[in-house]
Design a protein around this ligand. Sequence first.
Ligand code: AMP
Ligand code: MG
Length: 419
Amino acid sequence: MLSVLDAEAKILDLATLPQASEQIERLDLHLAQGRVLAETVVSPLDVPHWDNSAMDGYAVRYADVQAATAGPSATLTVIETIPAGQSPTQAVGPGQAARIFTGSMMPMGADTVVMQEMTERQAAQVRILETPEPGQFVRRQGSFYQAGHPLLFPGISLNGPEIAVLASAQYAQVRVYRQPRVAILSTGNELVQPGTPLQPGQLVDSNQYALAALVHRAGGIPMPLGIIPDQPQVLRDAIATALSQADLILSSGGVSVGDYDYVDQILADLGATLHIRAVAVKPGKPLTVATFPSGTAGATSLYFGLPGNPVSALVCFWRFVEPALRKQSGLGQGWAPGFVPATTSQPLRAGGRRETYVWGHLRMTPQGYSFEQAGGSHSSGNLVNLAGTNGLAVVPVGTTLIPAHEPVQVMMVGDLRSA
Ligand code: AMP
Ligand code: MG
Protein backbone atom coordinates (compact mmCIF):
# COMPACT_ATOMS: atom_id res chain seq x y z
CA MET A 1 0.00 0.00 0.00
CA LEU A 2 1.29 3.43 -0.94
CA SER A 3 1.61 6.18 1.64
CA VAL A 4 -0.60 9.24 1.15
CA LEU A 5 2.38 11.37 0.16
CA ASP A 6 3.66 8.86 -2.38
CA ALA A 7 0.17 8.50 -3.83
CA GLU A 8 -0.20 12.28 -4.07
CA ALA A 9 3.16 12.66 -5.81
CA LYS A 10 2.35 9.91 -8.30
CA ILE A 11 -1.09 11.36 -9.04
CA LEU A 12 0.22 14.89 -9.56
CA ASP A 13 2.82 13.46 -11.87
CA LEU A 14 0.11 11.75 -13.93
CA ALA A 15 -2.10 14.85 -14.08
CA THR A 16 -0.98 16.76 -17.16
CA LEU A 17 -1.30 20.46 -17.80
CA PRO A 18 -3.42 21.37 -20.81
CA GLN A 19 -1.21 21.99 -23.82
CA ALA A 20 -3.07 21.60 -27.07
CA SER A 21 -4.66 24.69 -28.57
CA GLU A 22 -8.06 22.95 -28.60
CA GLN A 23 -7.88 23.07 -24.85
CA ILE A 24 -8.12 26.85 -24.99
CA GLU A 25 -11.27 28.90 -25.50
CA ARG A 26 -12.05 32.62 -25.76
CA LEU A 27 -14.56 34.09 -23.38
CA ASP A 28 -16.16 37.47 -22.82
CA LEU A 29 -14.56 39.05 -19.81
CA HIS A 30 -17.86 38.86 -17.91
CA LEU A 31 -17.73 35.07 -18.11
CA ALA A 32 -14.11 34.68 -17.08
CA GLN A 33 -14.58 34.64 -13.30
CA GLY A 34 -12.93 31.54 -11.76
CA ARG A 35 -11.33 30.46 -15.05
CA VAL A 36 -7.63 29.92 -15.66
CA LEU A 37 -5.77 32.34 -17.91
CA ALA A 38 -4.25 30.69 -20.98
CA GLU A 39 -2.33 33.61 -22.51
CA THR A 40 0.25 36.19 -21.60
CA VAL A 41 -1.53 39.51 -21.21
CA VAL A 42 0.17 42.59 -22.60
CA SER A 43 -1.39 46.03 -22.63
CA PRO A 44 -1.03 48.41 -25.55
CA LEU A 45 -1.41 51.28 -23.09
CA ASP A 46 0.82 52.82 -20.49
CA VAL A 47 -0.70 53.03 -17.02
CA PRO A 48 -1.51 55.82 -16.29
CA HIS A 49 -2.32 56.44 -19.93
CA TRP A 50 -1.20 60.08 -19.61
CA ASP A 51 0.01 62.45 -16.95
CA ASN A 52 -2.97 63.13 -14.72
CA SER A 53 -3.87 64.62 -11.40
CA ALA A 54 -4.20 62.59 -8.23
CA MET A 55 -6.20 65.33 -6.49
CA ASP A 56 -8.86 67.96 -6.96
CA GLY A 57 -6.95 71.26 -7.05
CA TYR A 58 -4.82 73.39 -9.40
CA ALA A 59 -2.19 72.43 -11.94
CA VAL A 60 0.73 74.86 -11.57
CA ARG A 61 4.34 75.41 -12.54
CA TYR A 62 6.45 74.53 -9.55
CA ALA A 63 8.79 77.44 -10.29
CA ASP A 64 5.87 79.83 -9.72
CA VAL A 65 4.93 78.52 -6.31
CA GLN A 66 8.14 77.35 -4.70
CA ALA A 67 8.30 80.40 -2.49
CA ALA A 68 4.60 80.44 -1.76
CA THR A 69 3.78 82.34 1.34
CA ALA A 70 0.46 84.03 1.31
CA GLY A 71 2.10 86.87 -0.62
CA PRO A 72 1.46 88.12 -4.15
CA SER A 73 4.10 85.87 -5.71
CA ALA A 74 1.85 82.88 -5.03
CA THR A 75 -1.25 84.27 -6.66
CA LEU A 76 -1.89 82.72 -10.08
CA THR A 77 -4.38 83.35 -12.86
CA VAL A 78 -6.71 80.43 -13.57
CA ILE A 79 -6.82 80.02 -17.35
CA GLU A 80 -9.20 77.05 -17.69
CA THR A 81 -11.03 74.21 -15.99
CA ILE A 82 -10.12 70.66 -17.06
CA PRO A 83 -12.75 68.09 -16.09
CA ALA A 84 -11.73 64.40 -16.09
CA GLY A 85 -12.19 62.95 -19.57
CA GLN A 86 -11.32 66.15 -21.48
CA SER A 87 -8.07 67.40 -22.90
CA PRO A 88 -6.61 70.71 -21.79
CA THR A 89 -6.87 73.32 -24.50
CA GLN A 90 -4.06 75.62 -23.37
CA ALA A 91 -0.59 75.39 -21.94
CA VAL A 92 -0.05 76.83 -18.47
CA GLY A 93 2.39 79.72 -18.69
CA PRO A 94 4.31 81.61 -16.00
CA GLY A 95 1.96 83.03 -13.38
CA GLN A 96 -0.88 80.78 -14.53
CA ALA A 97 -2.76 77.74 -13.19
CA ALA A 98 -5.51 75.41 -14.43
CA ARG A 99 -8.39 74.12 -12.32
CA ILE A 100 -8.04 70.31 -12.28
CA PHE A 101 -9.75 67.25 -10.79
CA THR A 102 -8.74 63.71 -9.83
CA GLY A 103 -8.02 61.86 -13.07
CA SER A 104 -7.93 65.01 -15.23
CA MET A 105 -5.13 65.25 -17.78
CA MET A 106 -2.29 67.55 -16.83
CA PRO A 107 -1.99 70.58 -19.11
CA MET A 108 1.28 71.33 -20.90
CA GLY A 109 3.53 73.63 -18.92
CA ALA A 110 2.26 72.53 -15.49
CA ASP A 111 4.30 70.04 -13.49
CA THR A 112 2.72 70.07 -10.03
CA VAL A 113 -0.75 69.88 -8.50
CA VAL A 114 -1.68 71.91 -5.45
CA MET A 115 -4.58 70.33 -3.61
CA GLN A 116 -7.71 72.41 -3.32
CA GLU A 117 -7.47 72.52 0.49
CA MET A 118 -4.16 74.48 0.17
CA THR A 119 -5.64 77.20 -2.03
CA GLU A 120 -7.99 80.13 -1.86
CA ARG A 121 -9.97 80.99 -4.96
CA GLN A 122 -10.92 84.60 -5.73
CA ALA A 123 -12.70 84.92 -9.10
CA ALA A 124 -10.10 84.25 -11.81
CA GLN A 125 -7.24 84.19 -9.29
CA VAL A 126 -6.07 81.44 -7.00
CA ARG A 127 -3.79 81.94 -3.99
CA ILE A 128 -1.45 79.12 -3.13
CA LEU A 129 -1.24 78.91 0.65
CA GLU A 130 1.56 76.41 1.05
CA THR A 131 4.58 75.36 -1.01
CA PRO A 132 3.99 71.93 -2.54
CA GLU A 133 6.67 69.34 -3.28
CA PRO A 134 7.85 69.55 -6.88
CA GLY A 135 5.77 67.20 -9.04
CA GLN A 136 3.34 66.57 -6.21
CA PHE A 137 0.02 64.81 -6.97
CA VAL A 138 0.92 64.19 -10.58
CA ARG A 139 0.52 60.57 -11.73
CA ARG A 140 3.06 60.29 -14.53
CA GLN A 141 2.23 58.43 -17.70
CA GLY A 142 3.68 54.92 -17.55
CA SER A 143 4.74 55.23 -13.91
CA PHE A 144 2.71 52.13 -12.91
CA TYR A 145 3.19 50.12 -16.09
CA GLN A 146 4.79 50.61 -19.49
CA ALA A 147 2.97 49.39 -22.60
CA GLY A 148 4.25 46.18 -24.11
CA HIS A 149 5.55 44.52 -20.98
CA PRO A 150 3.94 41.26 -19.84
CA LEU A 151 1.23 42.03 -17.32
CA LEU A 152 -0.34 38.65 -16.46
CA PHE A 153 0.94 35.14 -17.17
CA PRO A 154 -0.88 31.92 -18.10
CA GLY A 155 -1.88 29.65 -15.23
CA ILE A 156 -3.42 32.20 -12.89
CA SER A 157 -7.00 32.05 -11.71
CA LEU A 158 -9.13 34.99 -12.84
CA ASN A 159 -11.09 36.84 -10.21
CA GLY A 160 -12.07 40.45 -9.57
CA PRO A 161 -8.57 41.95 -9.37
CA GLU A 162 -7.19 40.09 -12.41
CA ILE A 163 -10.33 40.87 -14.41
CA ALA A 164 -9.87 44.57 -13.57
CA VAL A 165 -6.36 44.39 -15.00
CA LEU A 166 -7.62 42.65 -18.15
CA ALA A 167 -10.35 45.22 -18.67
CA SER A 168 -7.95 48.11 -18.33
CA ALA A 169 -5.59 46.41 -20.78
CA GLN A 170 -8.43 46.56 -23.37
CA TYR A 171 -9.28 42.83 -23.25
CA ALA A 172 -12.99 42.53 -24.00
CA GLN A 173 -12.35 38.80 -24.38
CA VAL A 174 -9.73 36.56 -22.88
CA ARG A 175 -8.23 33.15 -23.65
CA VAL A 176 -8.73 30.63 -20.86
CA TYR A 177 -8.20 26.89 -20.56
CA ARG A 178 -11.20 24.78 -21.30
CA GLN A 179 -12.54 23.30 -18.07
CA PRO A 180 -11.71 19.60 -17.66
CA ARG A 181 -14.73 17.39 -18.31
CA VAL A 182 -15.19 14.89 -15.55
CA ALA A 183 -17.34 11.79 -16.10
CA ILE A 184 -18.95 10.41 -12.96
CA LEU A 185 -20.17 6.82 -12.67
CA SER A 186 -21.74 5.16 -9.66
CA THR A 187 -21.29 1.42 -9.67
CA GLY A 188 -23.46 -0.94 -7.66
CA ASN A 189 -26.50 -3.20 -8.14
CA GLU A 190 -27.94 -1.83 -4.91
CA LEU A 191 -28.08 1.82 -6.03
CA VAL A 192 -31.15 3.81 -7.00
CA GLN A 193 -31.68 7.46 -7.80
CA PRO A 194 -32.99 9.87 -5.17
CA GLY A 195 -36.79 9.88 -5.15
CA THR A 196 -37.10 6.14 -5.84
CA PRO A 197 -38.86 4.11 -3.09
CA LEU A 198 -36.32 1.59 -1.78
CA GLN A 199 -36.77 -2.14 -2.24
CA PRO A 200 -35.11 -4.22 0.48
CA GLY A 201 -31.35 -3.92 0.28
CA GLN A 202 -31.33 -0.87 -1.97
CA LEU A 203 -29.46 2.35 -1.28
CA VAL A 204 -29.70 5.84 -2.69
CA ASP A 205 -26.79 6.89 -4.93
CA SER A 206 -25.44 9.89 -3.09
CA ASN A 207 -21.91 9.78 -4.52
CA GLN A 208 -23.02 10.84 -8.00
CA TYR A 209 -24.44 14.09 -6.68
CA ALA A 210 -21.76 14.81 -4.12
CA LEU A 211 -18.96 14.24 -6.62
CA ALA A 212 -20.65 16.38 -9.27
CA ALA A 213 -20.90 19.23 -6.77
CA LEU A 214 -17.24 18.90 -5.77
CA VAL A 215 -16.10 18.72 -9.40
CA HIS A 216 -18.01 21.88 -10.15
CA ARG A 217 -16.49 23.64 -7.16
CA ALA A 218 -13.00 22.57 -8.20
CA GLY A 219 -13.41 24.11 -11.67
CA GLY A 220 -14.37 21.03 -13.69
CA ILE A 221 -17.47 20.29 -15.74
CA PRO A 222 -19.27 17.34 -14.16
CA MET A 223 -20.75 14.82 -16.57
CA PRO A 224 -22.95 12.57 -14.46
CA LEU A 225 -23.29 9.24 -16.28
CA GLY A 226 -25.62 7.60 -13.79
CA ILE A 227 -25.78 4.28 -12.00
CA ILE A 228 -23.98 1.35 -13.59
CA PRO A 229 -24.90 -2.14 -12.36
CA ASP A 230 -22.17 -4.57 -11.36
CA GLN A 231 -22.18 -6.35 -14.72
CA PRO A 232 -18.78 -6.44 -16.38
CA GLN A 233 -20.02 -5.83 -19.92
CA VAL A 234 -22.24 -2.90 -18.94
CA LEU A 235 -19.51 -1.39 -16.80
CA ARG A 236 -16.98 -1.83 -19.56
CA ASP A 237 -19.23 -0.05 -22.06
CA ALA A 238 -19.88 2.76 -19.60
CA ILE A 239 -16.18 3.32 -18.98
CA ALA A 240 -15.48 3.25 -22.73
CA THR A 241 -18.19 5.85 -23.28
CA ALA A 242 -16.81 8.01 -20.48
CA LEU A 243 -13.38 7.75 -22.01
CA SER A 244 -14.57 9.13 -25.32
CA GLN A 245 -16.13 12.18 -23.66
CA ALA A 246 -14.12 13.13 -20.62
CA ASP A 247 -10.64 14.23 -19.55
CA LEU A 248 -11.01 12.64 -16.18
CA ILE A 249 -13.21 9.76 -15.06
CA LEU A 250 -14.45 9.13 -11.55
CA SER A 251 -16.24 5.97 -10.60
CA SER A 252 -17.29 5.07 -7.11
CA GLY A 253 -17.62 1.56 -5.75
CA GLY A 254 -16.39 -1.72 -7.12
CA VAL A 255 -12.69 -1.25 -6.37
CA SER A 256 -12.52 -3.37 -3.25
CA VAL A 257 -11.91 -7.11 -3.04
CA GLY A 258 -15.57 -8.21 -3.14
CA ASP A 259 -17.02 -10.63 -5.67
CA TYR A 260 -18.68 -7.78 -7.55
CA ASP A 261 -15.69 -5.44 -7.66
CA TYR A 262 -14.88 -5.46 -11.36
CA VAL A 263 -13.41 -2.01 -11.98
CA ASP A 264 -9.69 -2.86 -11.89
CA GLN A 265 -10.08 -5.86 -14.18
CA ILE A 266 -12.09 -3.87 -16.71
CA LEU A 267 -9.57 -1.05 -16.71
CA ALA A 268 -6.82 -3.54 -17.46
CA ASP A 269 -8.92 -5.13 -20.24
CA LEU A 270 -9.46 -1.69 -21.78
CA GLY A 271 -5.73 -1.12 -21.97
CA ALA A 272 -5.31 1.21 -19.01
CA THR A 273 -2.18 1.31 -16.91
CA LEU A 274 -3.00 0.83 -13.24
CA HIS A 275 -0.73 3.03 -11.14
CA ILE A 276 -2.34 2.76 -7.72
CA ARG A 277 -4.67 0.15 -6.24
CA ALA A 278 -4.62 0.98 -2.55
CA VAL A 279 -3.44 3.84 -0.36
CA ALA A 280 -2.73 3.78 3.37
CA VAL A 281 -5.47 6.29 4.11
CA LYS A 282 -8.57 6.11 6.27
CA PRO A 283 -11.25 6.44 5.18
CA GLY A 284 -10.48 5.33 1.66
CA LYS A 285 -8.02 2.43 1.42
CA PRO A 286 -9.21 0.94 -1.91
CA LEU A 287 -8.37 3.65 -4.43
CA THR A 288 -7.57 2.88 -8.03
CA VAL A 289 -5.69 5.34 -10.20
CA ALA A 290 -5.17 4.51 -13.85
CA THR A 291 -4.35 6.26 -17.11
CA PHE A 292 -5.53 5.67 -20.64
CA PRO A 293 -3.07 6.59 -23.37
CA SER A 294 -5.37 8.87 -25.28
CA GLY A 295 -8.59 10.46 -24.24
CA THR A 296 -10.22 13.56 -25.67
CA ALA A 297 -7.98 15.88 -27.68
CA GLY A 298 -5.27 13.25 -27.61
CA ALA A 299 -4.47 13.96 -23.97
CA THR A 300 -3.98 11.29 -21.36
CA SER A 301 -7.18 10.48 -19.51
CA LEU A 302 -6.91 9.98 -15.82
CA TYR A 303 -9.17 7.45 -14.10
CA PHE A 304 -9.97 7.43 -10.39
CA GLY A 305 -11.80 4.43 -9.00
CA LEU A 306 -13.01 5.77 -5.68
CA PRO A 307 -14.25 3.60 -2.84
CA GLY A 308 -18.03 3.32 -2.64
CA ASN A 309 -18.52 4.34 0.96
CA PRO A 310 -19.75 7.92 0.82
CA VAL A 311 -17.23 9.42 3.22
CA SER A 312 -14.36 7.48 1.69
CA ALA A 313 -15.34 8.69 -1.76
CA LEU A 314 -15.38 12.32 -0.65
CA VAL A 315 -12.16 12.13 1.35
CA CYS A 316 -10.40 10.54 -1.63
CA PHE A 317 -11.82 13.21 -3.89
CA TRP A 318 -10.57 16.04 -1.66
CA ARG A 319 -7.19 14.51 -0.96
CA PHE A 320 -6.30 13.04 -4.37
CA VAL A 321 -8.71 13.99 -7.15
CA GLU A 322 -9.12 17.71 -6.54
CA PRO A 323 -5.39 18.55 -6.78
CA ALA A 324 -5.15 16.56 -10.03
CA LEU A 325 -8.24 18.26 -11.40
CA ARG A 326 -6.91 21.70 -10.52
CA LYS A 327 -3.59 20.90 -12.13
CA GLN A 328 -5.33 19.65 -15.28
CA SER A 329 -7.37 22.82 -15.37
CA GLY A 330 -4.17 24.69 -16.16
CA LEU A 331 -3.41 26.34 -12.83
CA GLY A 332 0.30 27.03 -12.63
CA GLN A 333 0.39 26.53 -8.90
CA GLY A 334 -1.80 26.28 -5.86
CA TRP A 335 -3.36 22.93 -6.68
CA ALA A 336 -1.98 21.09 -3.65
CA PRO A 337 -4.43 20.98 -0.73
CA GLY A 338 -4.09 23.64 1.96
CA PHE A 339 -3.27 22.53 5.48
CA VAL A 340 -3.52 24.84 8.48
CA PRO A 341 -2.29 24.33 12.04
CA ALA A 342 -5.28 24.14 14.38
CA THR A 343 -6.13 23.08 17.91
CA THR A 344 -8.55 20.20 18.27
CA SER A 345 -11.51 20.66 20.60
CA GLN A 346 -11.90 16.92 21.22
CA PRO A 347 -9.52 13.99 21.40
CA LEU A 348 -8.94 12.55 17.91
CA ARG A 349 -8.45 8.79 17.68
CA ALA A 350 -7.07 6.61 14.91
CA GLY A 351 -5.80 3.08 14.34
CA GLY A 352 -2.23 4.24 13.75
CA ARG A 353 -1.63 2.12 10.64
CA ARG A 354 -3.14 4.42 8.02
CA GLU A 355 -3.10 8.23 7.74
CA THR A 356 -6.51 9.11 9.12
CA TYR A 357 -8.70 12.03 8.12
CA VAL A 358 -11.31 13.07 10.67
CA TRP A 359 -14.05 15.23 9.24
CA GLY A 360 -15.41 18.25 11.04
CA HIS A 361 -15.60 22.01 11.35
CA LEU A 362 -12.65 24.37 11.10
CA ARG A 363 -13.11 27.84 12.53
CA MET A 364 -11.02 30.94 12.93
CA THR A 365 -10.88 32.17 16.52
CA PRO A 366 -8.88 35.03 18.06
CA GLN A 367 -6.49 32.32 19.33
CA GLY A 368 -6.03 30.77 15.87
CA TYR A 369 -7.72 27.93 14.02
CA SER A 370 -9.89 25.56 15.97
CA PHE A 371 -11.10 22.13 14.80
CA GLU A 372 -14.24 20.45 16.03
CA GLN A 373 -14.83 16.85 15.02
CA ALA A 374 -18.31 16.24 13.51
CA GLY A 375 -20.70 14.73 16.04
CA GLY A 376 -22.05 11.19 15.63
CA SER A 377 -20.49 8.10 14.11
CA HIS A 378 -17.22 8.36 12.21
CA SER A 379 -17.92 5.22 10.22
CA SER A 380 -16.99 5.74 6.57
CA GLY A 381 -20.51 4.59 5.71
CA ASN A 382 -22.11 7.36 7.74
CA LEU A 383 -22.74 10.44 5.71
CA VAL A 384 -25.36 12.12 7.87
CA ASN A 385 -22.77 14.07 9.85
CA LEU A 386 -20.88 15.24 6.75
CA ALA A 387 -22.95 18.38 6.32
CA GLY A 388 -20.97 21.46 7.30
CA THR A 389 -17.62 19.71 6.92
CA ASN A 390 -14.97 22.22 5.92
CA GLY A 391 -11.91 20.57 7.40
CA LEU A 392 -10.25 17.17 7.64
CA ALA A 393 -7.99 16.77 10.67
CA VAL A 394 -5.00 14.56 9.96
CA VAL A 395 -3.90 11.87 12.40
CA PRO A 396 -0.53 10.65 11.08
CA VAL A 397 0.56 7.04 10.75
CA GLY A 398 1.93 5.86 14.11
CA THR A 399 -0.35 8.13 16.15
CA THR A 400 -3.43 6.66 17.82
CA LEU A 401 -4.52 9.70 19.83
CA ILE A 402 -4.28 13.47 19.57
CA PRO A 403 -5.55 14.73 22.94
CA ALA A 404 -8.04 17.57 23.19
CA HIS A 405 -6.54 21.09 22.97
CA GLU A 406 -3.43 19.78 21.22
CA PRO A 407 -2.21 20.96 17.79
CA VAL A 408 -3.37 19.15 14.67
CA GLN A 409 -2.95 19.77 10.94
CA VAL A 410 -6.27 20.36 9.21
CA MET A 411 -6.85 20.15 5.49
CA MET A 412 -9.29 22.81 4.32
CA VAL A 413 -12.05 21.41 2.15
CA GLY A 414 -14.61 24.19 2.33
CA ASP A 415 -15.04 27.84 3.17
CA LEU A 416 -13.55 29.02 6.41
CA ARG A 417 -15.84 30.36 9.10
CA SER A 418 -15.07 32.58 12.03
CA ALA A 419 -16.06 31.42 15.49
P1 AMP B 1 -18.26 -0.95 -2.78
O1 AMP B 1 -16.96 -0.22 -2.76
O2 AMP B 1 -18.86 -1.04 -4.13
O3 AMP B 1 -18.12 -2.28 -2.13
O4 AMP B 1 -19.24 -0.09 -1.88
C1 AMP B 1 -18.96 0.10 -0.53
C2 AMP B 1 -20.16 0.66 0.18
O5 AMP B 1 -20.49 1.93 -0.34
C3 AMP B 1 -21.42 -0.18 0.06
O6 AMP B 1 -22.09 -0.16 1.28
C4 AMP B 1 -22.21 0.55 -0.99
O7 AMP B 1 -23.56 0.32 -0.88
C5 AMP B 1 -21.86 2.01 -0.73
N1 AMP B 1 -21.96 2.76 -1.97
C6 AMP B 1 -21.41 2.40 -3.13
N2 AMP B 1 -21.68 3.30 -4.09
C7 AMP B 1 -22.41 4.26 -3.51
C8 AMP B 1 -23.01 5.46 -3.99
N3 AMP B 1 -22.89 5.83 -5.26
N4 AMP B 1 -23.70 6.24 -3.12
C9 AMP B 1 -23.81 5.84 -1.83
N5 AMP B 1 -23.27 4.72 -1.32
C10 AMP B 1 -22.60 3.93 -2.14
MG1 MG C 1 -20.27 -2.06 -5.00
